[in-house]
Write a protein of this length. Sequence first.
Length: 90
Amino acid sequence: MDGDAVAAEGLALEWERVPDPPGSEIVGYNVIVVREDGGSQELDILVGPDETSLNVPDQLLHAGVPYKWEISAVEASGNKTISETEFETE
């Protein structure tokens, strides 16, 4: 999805489950969606370790706006591994 244009309604973000690191475990995923045009709306939610997708509320997204979304695998120790992707709504 990096840089792709997507519909502003019915967007589901998907990721692959991260294996537990040696000596620790993944306790959840922190999902963040941020407008890249200076707008103030944002989604920041922690989901369980077995989740691999999240439906973005339609009211959060607006047509023709660039966004960035980050997914962080959160370890029991609090360490995070972060990946981010950009997209724009049609």
